[in-house]
Design a protein around this ligand. Structure first.
Ligand code: AMP
Length: 249
């Protein structure tokens, strides 16, 4: 079973993102980029499937600028066998990514596509669902446990107020939730080995996909600043302030 794992290059989760002065978007000049944290989890899961003998090959895919090669090398350092970069400088929106992945699935014929549930930069939570629709494959989103059983996947999903277990026929699309696993760190020897693993570069045109943005960002703003708190002397003052200042009672 071949597993395709889409990995997105995003601004590192520890960077405090600032909005550009003209409000046209986030200022990402000179900030650190890393693999989307949910994609680290899906790579780990795919590699575990390979180690358990359920998968034979793990192929990492990233769509975006040349710098995504770094993200692919990270995926290969933690166990992916090879990488594919769909290279473009165009800002990719979820539908464009889903179409690129669909074209790669047609070419690579994996039995499983294992994505993150969400990219932490656009917070879209759309690509996996759109890809499943384009492929007309079953989907199991927000997975917290995955078991491959012959031609089926048994997936436990995190839903409001509990867990749901579903069975989907392969080929299928699965998206990883936070509690699926704890991703391993890449060891230095594996980082070195990853440099020699195959990495193919294709352009969206070669896949016959139009990636032009369909959505226009009107404005991006910082969240409102939190007002500092006030210390009150006693309960009477608190009640007075709740009544006159906060006007909640
Ligand atoms: P989103 O729908 O944008 O929140 O992203 C959900 C998942 O789709 C991510 O966790 C990735 O697995 C995948 N994905 C999104 N954008 C890309 C990209 N540019 N390249 C590769 N995978 C992506």
């Amino acid at each position: 079973m071949k597993v395709l794992v889409p990995v997105k290059r995003v601004v590192d989760a520890n960077v405090r993102v600032r909005v550009k002065a003209d409000g046209s978007g986030a200022d990402v000049a000179n900030v650190k980029f890393s693999m989307n944290p949910f994609d680290e989890i899906s790579v780990e899961e795919a590699v575990r499937l390979k180690e358990a003998g359920a998968a034979t090959e793990v192929v990492a895919v990233s769509c975006g600028v040349q710098g995504c090669q770094e993200t692919l090398r990270t995926a290969m350092a933690t166990g992916a066998d090879r990488g594919i970069l769909v290279e473009t400088d165009v800002e990719l929106q979820p539908l464009a990514v889903a179409r690129l992945l669909k074209a790669l699935v047609d070419k690579e014929q994996p039995q499983l596509v294992m994505l993150g549930k969400q990219a932490i930069d656009d917070d879209a939570n759309q690509v996996g669902q759109m890809l499943a629709a384009l492929l007309d494959w079953p989907q199991a989103t927000f997975a917290s446990k995955v078991e491959i059983d012959g031609g089926k996947a048994v997936v436990t999903r995190e839903i409001d107020g509990g867990l749901e277990t579903i069975e989907v026929d392969l080929p299928a699309v699965i998206t990883a939730d936070l509690r699926l696993n704890t991703p391993r760190y890449a060891s230095l020897p594996n980082i070195m080995k990853a440099k020699k693993k195959p990495l193919d570069v294709v352009k969206p045109d070669a896949l016959g996909v139009d990636v032009a943005p369909r959505l226009q960002t009107l404005k991006v703003t910082e969240p409102p600043k939190r007002e500092p708190g006030v210390r009150v002397a006693d309960a009477a003052e608190l009640v007075a302030k709740l009544r006159s200042v906060a006007q909640v009672i």
